[in-house]
Design a protein around this ligand. Structure first.
Ligand code: ADP
Ligand code: MG
Length: 630
């Protein structure tokens, strides 16, 4: 019997769960589902984001609904449109083998009459945002007077967003006998107040420690000068070629401006904020889910509850005004047991906020320095090499090979490799050679890194290594550090500056350990794979040569599935002609203006965005493939 069966779920749900690919219930599901199935009760369930709360209430809800009765039996309130749509979608998935269950989403920004029509056709479950729900009630378009279940999902978020009055008013329109299930990541006072006011003897479930962030998320901060914020963002993106991230800004204007700027600089980015139309937001989310966008620049409100799996990084471009919000931001990554990183770009004057956040999330931040030009080039180069290796060949290309061979036949394999890599890479190295280092010191402890002039590092004599294991092998910096210390039999502080990327990592030791590192590590296997370690920087060993490493940041550095779709799909038809190998900088700037959302339907955005960009000071922001501004 699988674990879901033990919880008491019926056949049709179990079948749907099989389709979803859930193997075992998460903790909150394991705790909540049997209780909710067993009897009609009120419940308060506290669990961090990403712990599977939707299914924790969704499964029992579907099982309890009477599919033969077309009346509205359940109301799920959720803070945002995006979340509302997500939950609706999930519930539909859960109930796909259960005939006759209708789930309808009710949210602002879309036609209220259409939604009312759907409700009227018979919706046993309504998933709604509080504002629109209130509206529907006021206009007599819904009847929730006889519902049996009311779910308050992400209750803390809803209250955070000022929906207290709406919630109170909506709840008073529901019968007293119903069961109320409140799900929340945190338990601030307002949530407790709602619980007290509207629930009777609720069962309480807590998963993990209250208010703590998800432990699958590691937290890092990068100290920079205020004027380097944007440059830092770019470098972080460059240093993480496979980044798939939500970048948080404080205001709609900044959100729009940063997204525009990123797009202009050749990144696959888009803005998500409340000034976009619903259709635009849906378009952005669709592209993000489809991974045509690597960097979704969003306001807190717009990004609430976004549930996209495999987000690798949350970037706090600016810290939120309310530090509690940090938890919700970082919860966008590290979901479903995956590892994620939450990055904060911070200036000296904001440093104290880091300690306040540490207290809230009960986790320590790791202070890191913005990767220098050389390091980025190295990462990009290796990424490119890996990409070439992993690329699947489409045999269409066979037809062209004779002609291509003709052109290239005089090159040796070595020359060919050098040239191929340089095609993609020269611009990168050129760019980073020109640009200064933007790393800043805080406590002066861990930041020996120097360079950005395209010269050597000086890691205080330390040796930097490249090793072919990374987060793909389930390492994060801490576990890799432990692994290295153990394998190499080194002391606590002998391995430092461990930086884990997806398929590879960097770390430092003092030179006296180099022989040991090279000897031992190159002879161990990790799950059957040979570990390969090389000296990465020219600090102690002098084995590097960057001359052949061309540089260029562009789409081709991304995974194959980003590059082709980005051009045609999301980013409007206008640019499809300018593809040529994914090089994106040479598009003329007028076609890039609209910034974040570039669908053909994004008609009205131009003017305001342009002006907002003008007023934003991005400082010195040279781009790899355009002439520098300064
Ligand atoms: P929360 O509401 O607690 O933030 P979600 O309900 O949005 O979390 O779930 C987060 C992610 O985990 C979703 O992608 C969901 O599909 C996935 N998930 C939920 N339950 C399970 C499970 N039992 N096994 C595997 N994945 C799950
Ligand atoms: Mg949720």
């Amino acid at each position: 019997m699988n674990k879901f069966e033990q919880l008491g779920l019926n056949e049709s749900l179990l079948k749907a769960i099989l389709d979803l690919g859930f193997e075992n219930p998460s903790e909150v599901q394991e705790k909540a589902i049997p209780l909710l199935l067993e009897k009609d009760t009120d419940m308060v369930a506290l669990a961090q984001t990403g712990t599977g709360k939707t299914a924790a209430f969704g499964f029992p809800l579907i099982q309890k609904i009477d599919a033969d009765n077309r009346n509205t039996q359940a109301l799920v309130l959720s803070p945002t449109r995006e979340l509302c749509l997500q939950i609706t979608n999930e519930l539909k998935n859960y109930s796909k083998y259960e005939k006759g269950i209708n789930v309808v989403a009710v949210y602002g920004g879309a036609s209220i009459t259409e939604q009312a029509r759907e409700v009227k056709r018979g919706a046993q479950i309504i998933v709604a945002t509080p504002g629109r729900m209130q509206d529907m009630i006021n206009r007599g378009l819904v009847n929730i007077k006889n519902i049996d279940y009311c779910v308050l999902d992400e209750a803390d978020e809803m209250l955070n967003m000022g929906f207290y009055d709406d919630i109170v008013s909506i709840l008073s329109d529901t019968p007293d006998e119903k069961s109320t299930w409140l799900f929340s990541a945190t338990m601030p006072q307002e949530v407790a107040r709602i619980a007290k006011q509207f629930m009777s003897a609720p069962l309480e479930i807590t998963v993990g420690t209250k208010n703590s962030g998800s432990s699958t998320v590691s937290h890092e901060f990068y100290l920079v000068n205020a004027r380097d914020r944007y440059e830092a963002l770019k470098r972080l993106a460059d240093a993480n070629p496979d980044i798939f991230s939500v970048v948080f800004c404080r205001t709609k204007r900044d959100t729009q401006a940063i997204a525009e700027k990123l797009i202009e600089d050749g990144y696959s980015a888009a803005a998500l904020h409340g000034d976009l139309s619903q259709a635009q937001r849906d378009g952005v989310m669709k592209s993000f889910r489809g991974r045509q966008i690597q960097m979704l620049v969003a306001t807190d409100v717009a990004a609430r509850g976004i549930d996209v799996d495999n987000v690798t990084h949350v970037v706090n471009y600016q810290l939120p005004d309310e530090i509690e919000t940090y938890n919700h931001r970082s919860g966008r990554t590290g979901r479903a047991g995956k590892l994620g990183t939450s990055i904060v770009i911070v200036t000296k004057s904001e440093l104290r906020k880091i300690s306040s956040i540490e207290r809230i999330i009960k986790q320590k931040f790791q202070e890191k320095s913005i990767p220098s030009g050389i390091e980025i080039c190295e990462i990009q180069l290796l990424h490119l090499a890996n990409k070439i290796k992993d690329t699947e060949v489409d045999h269409e290309i066979d037809n062209y090979l004779p002609a291509i061979n003709n052109v290239l036949e005089d090159l040796s394999k070595e020359e060919l490799i050098k040239k191929m890599v340089s095609v993609e890479f020269n611009r990168f190295i050129t760019y980073y050679k020109k640009n200064r280092d933007i790393s800043t010191q805080s406590a002066g402890d861990r930041r020996e890194r120097g360079d950005s002039e395209g010269r050597e590092f000086n890691n205080n004599g330390a040796v930097r290594y490249f090793v072919n294991i990374g987060s793909r092998d389930n390492f994060d910096w801490m576990s890799l550090k432990d692994y290295l210390k153990e394998t190499l039999d080194l002391g606590r502080d002998d391995v430092f500056k461990v930086d884990v990327k997806e398929g590879f990592s960097f770390f430092n030791t003092d030179p006296q350990h180099t022989d040991k590192v090279m000897d031992i590590l190159n002879n161990v296997q990790l799950e059957g794979r040979r570990i390969n370690v090389e000296i990465s920087k020219n600090d102690g060993g002098g084995r590097r040569d960057h001359n052949n490493r061309g540089g260029r940041r562009d789409s081709s550095r991304r995974d194959g599935n980003f590059a082709p779709r980005r051009e045609g799909g999301f980013r409007s038809d206008r640019n499809s002609g300018s593809k040529e190998g994914g090089f994106r900088g040479d598009r003329n700037s007028s076609s890039r203006r609209e910034g974040g959302f570039r669908n053909s339907s994004s008609r009205n955005e131009g003017g305001s965005e342009r002006s907002s960009r003008r007023s934003e000071n991005f400082g010195d922001s040279p781009r790899p493939r355009r002439s520098r501004r300064d």
